[in-house]
Design a protein around this ligand. Structure first.
Ligand code: XMP
Length: 513
């Protein structure tokens, strides 16, 4: 295993990404946690020190344990990681003197070449991405310089005898075009063969779940989304009927979605599933509510009540399974800053584990979203299910601005189904991050046949995005939009006008509420 010690850089996750792309298994751990004992137990085959926002010149700034340098394993320091390595090994780091660099820079090689730079400098200086205020002003004994930039005379340094490498720039970002190659060279040199696969991850995860849970019972809240579904199927493969799933059906799902979830888990996977059909409860509570925040809070609170009620019926349950992903875990490490690490709770059941005295099982904690999908495939989940667009916890309630009624929800479901059908038929589903219909709280006048209509208007939404944080509207062809509008108006009673939402995020959000 490769250990990445996180000193708080915003791009630490990208180091893990680059390594996973090379089929190398690695884990990111915050520096506060990496003690001598932790290191001895983890027994890394190589270590990477990430960048970080602090200054090593500040008293009390983050440090790796001294024992890291005595393990005899290759170490690569990035940015702050370079500086901390130099400082710990007897070099000097200083602030200022006009040597801060932010953004693109070019590194020029020295005469000596390093194996971790194979493939670099073939065509002269290499573009790299810098982001540093401090700089190394004297390298540690045993180190030599292999590349320099205008702001970082020690841009690339190494102690080849000890296999310590340290660079001032960030090879993990795309703006360092040969960065991936540097990581590849480093891990080869450390003896990794790149044999980490989803099949091996699955086997390990199953063994871990069995060891953690023993013969106790586990509850898993299913939302119909990819994460909780993959977690449930994986846990079921590990412990069989010691797992019970609870599906809180708030009646705000898309057309046929609740039935599909129930039948997939009960029939295809034979997983014990409690289907709490509480549409009346939720829709009743939402009557007369049009404020988006009140809607969200009402749904969130009821959800927890129902989940807790159902979970309490499962005798002897000691564990709660959650589909927490790696980005959730890492985000909290990098942004918490302080010595105590807060882990973001899954939005639907936040706070529940403590309230109910349950311990957590989080088998996806080490995976990125696309890896969860790969694991889902490994577990035999249908492709159509794995590739599904995200769907928000509050469901259709936040796609129905204004007051929610059963009538509006029904119309919305039908329109959404036609729209998604159109997108699939045109082969666009996988190009789009998320697509849905919102039913608007206005009626407009139309003419159909020879008669006057007075029906709802709806808005189509489709966006491209990488992570849901920013988004662009999808540039459908006019033909596609025209055909879809015609189909919706012809096929869905209650809608007589279709608009297309061309707002990006920011300033808009993806959902309407
Ligand atoms: P916004 O609308 O904030 O959404 O641009 C970004 C992404 O998050 C999803 N979303 C949610 N997901 N619970 C969820 O599980 C929620 O309350 C929620 N609100 C928004 C949204 O669908 C989009 O993918």
């Amino acid at each position: 295993r490769l250990l990445i010690i996180d000193f708080g850089s915003q791009v630490t996750q990208l180091i893990a990404r680059r390594l996973r792309e090379l089929s190398i298994y690695c884990e990111i751990h915050p520096y506060q946690k990496v003690t001598d004992a932790f290191l001895a137990d983890f027994a890394p085959k190589a270590i990477i020190f990430s960048g970080g926002p602090d200054s090593v010149t500040r008293e009390g700034s983050p440090r790796p344990p001294k024992s890291a340098f005595a393990l005899g394993v290759p170490i690569l320091g990035i940015c702050y990681g370079q500086q901390v390595m130099m400082q710990e090994l007897g070099g000097l780091v200083e602030t200022g003197h006009g040597t801060a660099e932010f953004g693109r820079a070019f590194v020029t090689p020295t005469d000596e070449r390093l194996p971790i730079l194979d493939g670099w400098f073939d065509a002269g200086p290499e573009q790299v991405w810098m982001s540093h205020g401090d700089h190394v002003s004297r390298i540690a004994p045993g180190f030599a310089v292999y590349g320099t930039s205008p702001g970082a005379p020690f841009a690339i340094t190494a102690d080849v005898a000890r296999n310590f490498y340290a660079v001032q720039f960030h090879p993990e970002v795309h703006h360092t075009p040969k960065g991936a190659k540097l990581y590849e060279n480093f891990v080869r040199l450390a003896g990794f063969t790149g044999d980490w696969t989803m099949a091996s991850y699955k086997d390990d995860a199953i063994a871990k779940i069995r060891a953690q849970v023993g013969d106790k019972r586990v509850i898993c809240g299913l939302s119909g989304g990819v994460d909780s579904s993959v977690a449930a199927v994986l846990i079921h493969e590990a412990i069989g009927d010691q797992l019970t799933c609870v599906f809180v059906d708030h009646g705000l799902m898309r057309l046929n979605e609740a039935d599909e979830v129930v039948s997939m888990f009960r029939d295809n996977y034979n997983i014990p599933l409690i289907h709490a059909d509480e549409a009346d409860l939720f829709i009743g509570a939402l009557e007369g509510v049009s404020d988006p925040e009140v809607k969200r809070k009402t749904i969130g609170k009821l959800f927890i009540d129902v989940f807790q009620r159902e979970a309490n019926k499962i005798e002897g349950a000691e564990f709660l399974a959650q589909g927490t992903l790696y980005p959730d875990v890492i985000e909290s490490v990098s942004f918490s800053g302080g010595p105590s690490v807060t882990i973001k709770s899954h939005h639907n059941v936040g706070g529940l584990p403590e309230k109910m005295g349950l311990k957590l099982v989080e088998p996806l904690r080490e995976l990125f979203k696309d890896e969860v999908r790969a694991l889902g495939r490994e577990l035999g989940l249908p492709e159509k299910f794995i590739g599904r667009h995200p769907f928000p916890g509050p469901g259709l309630a936040i796609r129905c601005p204004g007051e929610i009624t059963r009538e509006k929800l029904d119309i919305l479901r039908k329109a959404d189904a036609v729209y998604i059908d159109q997108i699939r038929k045109h082969g666009l589903y996988d190009e789009i991050w998320q697509a849905f219909v919102a039913i608007l709280p206005v009626k407009t006048v139309g003419v159909m046949g020879d008669g006057r209509t007075y029906d709802y208007a709806c808005a189509l939404r489709a966006v491209t995005s990488v992570d849901g944080m920013t988004a662009d509207y999808y540039p459908f062809s006019h033909d596609f939009l025209g055909e879809t509008a015609t189909r919706i108006i012809n096929e869905v009673k209650g809608i007589n006008r279709v608009t297309y939402d061309i707002t990006s995020k920011p300033p808009g959000t993806i959902e309407w509420e």
